[in-house]
Design a protein around this ligand. Structure first.
Ligand code: ATP
Ligand code: MG
Length: 288
């Protein structure tokens, strides 16, 4: 199945059923956290995912990233199925897909310098002479603006710096897909904008595919080529970012969009920083 058309991710009819905690006729009852979702993410494309809390965004992201096996449905990743979670083949596949979560402190080792952690990600997957591993880790830290901070321990960095270190650790393996699950949500607005600009820059430089999950619609609009709207486990609509935001088809999407303030401080800040750095997504930038 390794045809050129297979460059990217394709999900077909994904379902994730969890136990609801209730019992029905003596059997545990289940509900569908994700219900028959089909989507694609092309090489170099950013797909934003929005939807209210509990709508299934993270569950969908974990299945797309291959860290959770769907109850039914399939994911093909550059033409191949993911191996069963935890198998040696699955561990080999891990280098091609990375996940960045909201809380960087929870995913780093507090005892190791950030250089050591970036380096370790690399040496887990590649046989390298020590000097080459050091050089590549250092180059990656420089790319995220932490060139002078490699020796620091996680607690010696700010939240934004630590998230940059986590992004460096995710990207040092040159993955094809990065799933960002509320990756900037916990950060101060100006730091959010810096990290988003960093992702936009790395996306261009490394031709990354991104799945960008966020409850922040203005950020999603800014970064995404296409956007999908989740509601109660289903993908209600999916389409080109500009079209979806300007002309939402579904009443739920219209209500979701109506909740964005017309000109929030965050939108103004993003616009200012873009004007300053010359970055823009490939669609119409955030409107005031
Ligand atoms: N491991 C699990 N076991 C049982 N139920 C789960 C599990 N993970 C998620 N759920 C449930 O599945 C539904 C979807 O959860 P999910 O975390 O995907 O939502 P979300 O859209 O990411 O929400 P949020 O915006 O709050 O992060 C929720 O009802 C949640 O309680
Ligand atoms: Mg979530």
């Amino acid at each position: 199945m390794n045809t050129p058309a297979a460059r990217g991710v394709a999900a077909t009819n994904l379902v994730q059923a969890y136990a609801s905690g209730r019992r029905l006729w003596g059997k545990p009852d289940t509900f569908h956290a994700v219900d028959r979702v089909s989507l694609t993410i092309a090489e170099g494309e950013t797909l934003g995912i929005v939807g209210e809390s509990g709508s299934g965004k993270s569950t969908l992201g974990r299945m797309i990233a291959g860290i959770e096996t769907p109850t039914s449905g399939t994911v093909t990743f550059w033409g191949q199925h993911y191996a069963r979670v935890g198998t040696p083949e699955w561990r080999r596949q891990r280098r091609h897909v990375q996940v960045v979560f909201q809380n960087p402190a929870a995913v780093v080792d507090p005892r190791w310098s950030i250089h050591a952690q970036v380096r370790e990600a690399l040496t887990t997957h590649e046989q390298l002479v020590p000097s080459e591993a050091d050089d590549r880790a250092q180059a990656m830290l420089a790319m995220v603006g932490l060139a002078a901070m490699g020796k620091r321990l996680p607690h010696q960095l700010s939240g934004g710096q630590l998230q940059r270190a986590v992004i460096a650790r995710a990207l040092v393996l040159n993955p094809r897909l990065v799933v960002c699950d509320e990756a900037v949500s916990a950060l101060d607005v100006s730091v959010q904008a810096q990290i988003i600009n960093l992702l936009l820059e790395l996306r261009e430089r490394l031709d990354l595919s991104l799945m960008f999950i966020s409850h922040d619609l203005s950020v999603v609009r800014h970064i995404s080529h296409r956007v999908g709207v989740m509601h109660a486990g289903e993908l209600l609509e999916i389409g080109d970012s500009g079209t979806l935001f300007d002309n939402p088809q579904h009443a739920y999407t219209q209500r979701l969009l109506a909740a964005i303030p017309a000109d929030s401080p965050r939108q103004r800040r993003l616009r200012d920083i873009n004007a300053f750095s010359g970055h823009a997504a490939s669609h119409t930038p955030v409107q005031s």
